[in-house]
Structures are given as C-alpha cells and as structure tokens.
Design a protein around this ligand. Structure first.
Ligand code: B12
Ligand code: SF4
Length: 525
C-alpha cells in the first residue's frame, strides 16, 4: 500500500515513527515521510513561512499516498487537525490514521475529529499493520487498540497489542530523518526498553503502564543487552555518531542489567553516551562502570526541590538528599548533569527562593526550567481541580490539545510573568558561585532579573555548549542556529543516505509476536 507518514521535526528524531516506518517497509509497503518543518523553519528568519501550510498539504498529496499516518503529542494535536482538515478538503480519498501520546490518552476527542478515520491507542508496531489489513479488507474484526468511525458511530476498545519480546523489533530505519535533518546525525538515539516503573502524576508514561496493567499486561520490557549493543556497534561501523543518547524514560535502573551493559558497551562501542534518569540509583560501582564505558551526560528529572510538592502532588518518593547525593556522585566523576525543573502552582514564590538556594549549594551543570503542562489522562489534573488551580471546565480543553491552562480563570502566562525574575535567575544558578546567588536572592539586585528577557540565558547556554562536548542538546541547537544564520543548505549524498538504510537491513527479519497477558492481574506494581 502507498503510505505517507507525517511527522514534526524537532531536535531529535522520533523513535516511534522510525520503528513504524521500518515495520511498514519490512511488510512491503511503500512509505514516504513528510516533515512538518514549522518549528524548524522558525530558526530560519530569512524564509517567510506564510504559505507554509499550503506547501505542506501539497507535499502530502504529492506523495500519492492512500493512507496518511501521523504521530501526535498533545502539543501538536491542534496543528495536525488543521493540516488534515486541509488535506481532506483537497483529497478526501486519503485515509488518515493517527497514533502516539495524544491519541492514546485523549482517544475519544481525537477520533471524533472529522478528518481522522483510524486511531491507534498504545503501542503501534503490531497495530499499524492491522490498520492496513482493515483498510484493504483483509480483516473484518476490529483488534484491541484500534478505533474507527463508521458514520457517526465510534468503534473500538482496549490498547494495541504489545511486542512480546523487544528483541523481535527491527533496527529502526533512521535514513529519512538523517536525510532531511542532517544535524540529527551527530547523536544516535536508541531505547533499551519501554515503560517506566515510577508513578509521577504529571506524566503519561505512568498512565500507559497502568492502562496495560488493567488490561492484564506488563508494559515494562527491556531489550537484551546483546541486541542493544549489536545495534549500536553496527551504527558505529556504518558511520560514527559523536554521541549516543538513550531515550528510555529512566535509563539507570536494574543493577545487573547496568553492569552487563557497561561491560559490553565499553568493549564494543565506547562512544560517549547520555541518558535521562531520576535521582534514585546510588550504586557507585555501577556509576563508575558506566562512566568508564562512556557515560558523559545525564538528564536528571528533579522537577521541584520542595519535598511537600514532590511527594504529595507529583507522586515522587526521592528526598532532597537523594538529589544532592546523586548529582555530586555524577559531577565528581566529570559527568555533565542537566536537571529539569517544573514551575508549578503549588510552590510559592518564597519557596522557590529556598529551592534556588538549595540548587546553588550543589549545582548541576544546567537547570532547564519548564512550566507544568497538564497532559490528558494524568492524575495531576484531578488534584489541580481539587486545589483550585485548574477550572473543571478547562479539563476538556486539554483533550482538545490546550496545555496552557493554569489557574482558574488565568493562564500559565500570568504565573510565568509573576515569577519571571526567579525563573530567569534559576537558569543562571549553575554558572554563579553560591555566595553570589545568596547575595542576589536576598537583595534588591533581583529586580535586575525582572527586566531581563528570558532569552538572556541563551548566549551563556550556547557558550557553555560550545565548550562542553557532553551537552548534546545544546550543541545540536547551536549548530542548527549557525547553519540557519549562515544559510548553509544540506544536500546529503545519496550514497550516505543508502548507508543509513543499511542499518535497518542488517538485522535478520523476525516476526513480531504479541505479548501474552500476565497470569494473575496484580493491582500493585
Ligand atoms: C525521547 C522523548 C523525547 C525526545 C524525542 C521526541 C520523540 N517524540 O521521540 C525529545 C527530547 C525531542 C522530546 C521532546 C518533547 N517531548 Co518527549 N518524550 C520522549 C519519551 C521519553 C520517549 C519517546 C519514545 O521514544 N518512546 C518510545 C516509542 C517507541 O514510543 P512512541 O513514541 O509512543 O510510539 C509508539 C506509539 O505511540 C505508537 N504510535 C506513535 N505514532 C503512531 C502513529 C500511528 C499511525 C500508529 C498506528 C501508532 C503510533 O506506536 C509507536 C511504536 O510502538 C516520551 C515518553 C515515552 N515513553 O513515550 C516523552 C513524551 C512523548 N514527550 C512528551 C512531551 C510533552 C514532549 C515535548 C512536548 C516537551 C516540551 N514541552 O517541549 C517535546 C515535543 C517534541 C515532539 N515533537 O515530539 C510527552 C507527551 C505527552 C503528551 N500527552 O503529548 C511524553 C509522553 C512524556 C510525558 N511527559 O508524558 N521528547
Ligand atoms: S520518572 Fe520520568 S518517565 Fe517515569 S513517570 Fe516520572 S516523569 Fe514519567
């Protein structure tokens, strides 16, 4: 079947899409990928984007596809619906099928959109081929996890079949991303597993695990160390990325697995690598082994240093001491530590000042400050409504793709504005000695940060990335910005693109078997 995949272009490739196109191609389907460069184009001040959407719609129609697949997060959902409405207007015969986080967690609102014909809830490698079977009439029954519209009626239930053994998955075909987004070649993204054992109330990863548990399945799975190492060794042989980034929700867990991984990675790969994790793994000998194998960058989800918010609102069990121990354990070894912090309505202004002081006592290399976004089907929504931080009427809007609702009757912009000085200052903390942080936070000097635009940290961030090879994301953005300013265009040679395709072909085909349900459904994880 002639298929097209519509995918947003970001700083890293979308691994889920890479797997799906590899599975489709493996089953003999013709797949073209159309990238939404809206965000990417925003870097390009010399290219006006006024007729951008029309061009995108033509690009989709020109693929001559019979079915258009798309990956959607809550943040790009509204945009996808806008583009697909335009596609349907011009080419009503194209069937639109959508999957990813937003369709999974707001499935009813998603499938009720006129321009969407099929929806996949949950994992997609098995479901995507089932959708094609349904479209081509080879299958009549509707498998779990696939939803469709028949006139006004919506049919479907459950979640997409899980891959029983992740080693059955092919190695992802990254050639489309590498061809169209050349800067993504520097960092090879890979996952050793799926799922997260934690239960943070603001995150959809825990929702996913719970849903599959309620259906009787274990969502958490990990590939064998051999399969992971084999994929990265092949990557190394085909082309040598500067860095490997593990996109697992939480990478550092399971001591035995980590020890084996470190040993094999050091022996067969040795390329510097980074990962995301949470501050709850304290086996120094394992961290040493990972460091020796090449661990150079760890993104640590801290989110708040207010113990009350962390436990009772965010559902996180670590303590501030855990954070301090973990960060110093990594920094002592020279690992670049990048922390994520979430501005939220439970932490008062005074409390945020205390947190800034706590960060300055034991600073990471970077503090990335985000604001809380409410994603559909997350537990925090109920709490926010109960505590008066979110209007009950606003909950539906989240399922429609609005994430900026915050206080009742207000918006996240108001909150960010009221904390602007502290938010800007927090980003500076890793670059300042702690005595200076203390001085600024307790004096009128803080006013300076009130008038500073939030972008003021960017030149410092860029400089730090230039001098720090381990700051993969920072370097990717600097490179993209420089290429844009210098108007450097990429035309990757066909031969190179062919090389990238080779990776997917290296692994012998194995049929993907669905996971069997657990024998006994445990309500606890
Ligand atoms: C690595 C990662 C990133 C990376 C790479 C981006 C990417 N999308 O791969 C970076 C750092 C760039 C990133 C950025 C962002 N991310 Co992110 N990210 C992740 C993370 C940790 C892993 C993604 C992954 O590789 N998953 C493994 C693959 C195999 O699964 P998958 O992507 O879900 O795809 C499967 C299914 O969804 C399904 N499927 C997907 N599409 C389709 C389409 C069809 C037709 C079908 C049939 C099936 C199907 O099949 C796939 C294979 O099984 C996830 C958490 C998670 N566990 O998914 C968060 C997550 C996806 N991110 C999230 C968010 C919010 C963001 C940002 C918006 C953050 C921000 N505020 O800027 C940006 C958005 C960027 C973007 N355009 O995607 C949220 C999305 C929540 C939501 N409701 O939308 C998640 C779920 C984490 C969370 N907080 O809950 N992210
Ligand atoms: S540890 Fe990270 S991925 Fe896991 S539930 Fe919490 S925020 Fe989500």
């Amino acid at each position: 079947m002639k298929c097209a995949f519509f995918c947003e272009l970001g700083s890293f490739p979308t691994l889920g899409v890479e797997y799906l196109i590899t599975v489709l191609r493996g089953a003999g389907h013709n797949v073209k990928i159309v990238f939404d460069r809206k965000f990417y184009k925003a870097w390009q001040p010399f290219n006006p984007t006024s007729n951008f959407d029309d061009q995108l719609v033509s690009d989709i129609i020109n693929t001559d596809c019979e079915v258009l697949f798309a990956y959607s997060t809550t943040l790009n959902f509204k945009r996808l619906v806008h583009i697909f409405d335009l596609v349907k207007e011009k080419a009503p015969g194209i069937i639109v099928a959508i999957g990813g986080p937003h369709p999974t967690y707001a499935h009813e609102q998603t499938i009720s959109k006129k321009c969407i014909d099929y929806l996949c809830r949950g994992e997609g490698e098995i479901a995507i081929l089932q959708i094609i079977d349904l479209i081509e009439g080879r299958r009549l029954d509707l498998p779990p996890g696939i939803f469709r519209k028949k006139g006004e009626v919506i049919e479907g239930k459950g979640f997409g079949a899980l891959v029983g053994n992740l080693d059955d998955l092919p190695y992802p075909d990254k050639s489309d991303f590498f061809e169209h987004v050349p800067h993504t070649r520097d960092v090879y993204t890979v996952a050793t597993g799926r799922g997260c054992y934690n239960s943070c109330t603001f995150c959809n990863s825990s929702t996913m695990r719970m849903h599959y548990r309620d259906e009787g399945f274990h969502f958490m799975r990990r590939r064998s160390v051999e399969d992971v190492i084999n994929e990265i060794s092949l990557t190394k042989a085909i082309y040598r990325p500067r860095m490997v980034w593990f996109v697992d929700d939480v990478f550092i867990y399971n001591r035995r697995y980590m020890v084996e991984f470190a040993k094999q990675y050091k022996e067969h790969v040795g390329i510097p690598f980074g990962c995301s994790t949470i501050p709850n793994f304290f086996h120094e000998e394992v961290i040493d082994a990972l460091f020796e194998a090449g661990l150079c960058n760890v993104e640590v989800g801290v989110q708040t240093l207010n113990p009350e918010t962390r436990l009772s609102v965010f559902g996180r069990k670590e303590s501030n001491d855990d954070f301090t121990t973990f960060v110093s354990m990594l920094r002592k070894r020279g690992v670049y530590v990048n922390t994520d912090h979430i501005i939220n309505p439970w932490d008062s202004r005074e409390n945020l000042k205390q947190q800034i002081l706590a960060y300055s006592e034991n600073p990471p290399n970077l503090i990335q400050v985000f604001h809380l976004q409410y994603f559909p089907d997350t537990k925090i929504i109920e709490r926010a409504v109960r505590d008066g931080h979110l209007a009950a009427e606003a909950v539906d809007a989240i399922g429609e793709g609005s994430t900026d609702t915050y206080f009742v009757g207000g918006s996240i912009k108001d909150v960010m504005r009221s904390l602007h000085d502290l938010i800007v200052f927090m980003s500076f903390v890793p670059f300042l000695p702690s005595w200076l942080t203390k001085l600024v936070i307790g004096s009128p000097l803080l006013v300076l940060f009130k008038i500073m635009p939030s972008g003021v940290i960017l030149p410092l961030r860029a400089l730090s990335a230039l001098f720090n090879k381990a700051d993969a994301a920072g370097r990717a953005h600097v490179k993209l910005l420089l290429q844009t300013l210098l108007r450097i265009k990429h035309a990757p040679k066909e031969q190179i693109v062919g090389k990238f395709k080779k990776l997917a072909a290296c692994k012998p085909f194995r049929p993907i078997q669905p996971a069997a349900p657990k024998k006994k459904i445990s309500k606890r994880f």
